[in-house]
Design a protein around this ligand. Structure first.
Ligand code: 5GP
Ligand code: ZN
Length: 133
């Protein structure tokens, strides 16, 4: 399979890896938004939120907590934003969680299109009374 992250996991493409275990590899994003911008990537190729196994998601989030402490200690981060893109907005079709350190005054802004926003009550009408079973 022609997947960049699978190649990184196999060591065919180099990466600045800070942690790895049986299930995941955690390396610096090649195009960081802030210092220490990281990706946690499962070693098995899952595409997105729909096909990844829940135990792997739990593991990824457990490791995120540890990484938060490491980033706090080593880079003195002020906060940490976790993002995981699916389908639209997902460049690499191999599941990954972005861990983006935040620093006061980093000006990491999201320029979203407010013209697309409906009234919140209209959105709620579409989402309420969902059967989650
Ligand atoms: P997505 O848009 O899929 O959520 O994010 C993909 C991320 O992977 C981007 O932030 C991009 O900079 C990063 N990326 C793409 N190719 C490589 C690569 O070869 N090495 C590393 N370390 N990161 C990559
Ligand atoms: Zn892959």
């Amino acid at each position: 399979m022609d997947c960049i992250f699978c190649k990184i996991i196999k060591g065919e493409i180099p990466s600045y890896t800070i942690y790895e275990d049986e299930f995941i590899k955690c390396f610096l994003d090649i195009n960081p938004s802030t210092n220490g911008d990281l990706l946690i990537v499962p070693k098995k190729h899952y595409e997105n939120i729909l096909d990844i196994e829940e135990n792997i998601v739990i593991h990824i989030h457990k490791v995120s907590k540890k990484i938060y402490h490491i980033l706090k200690e080593r880079l003195n981060i002020d906060g940490l934003t976790l993002v995981q893109n699916n389908f639209y907005g997902q460049e690499i079709k191999h599941y990954h969680l972005h861990l983006t350190p935040r620093y006061k005054d980093d000006n990491l802004t999201q320029n979203f299109n407010k013209d697309l926003l409906d009234d919140i009550s209209k959105t709620y009408e579409k989402l309420k009374e969902v059967n989650f079973t």
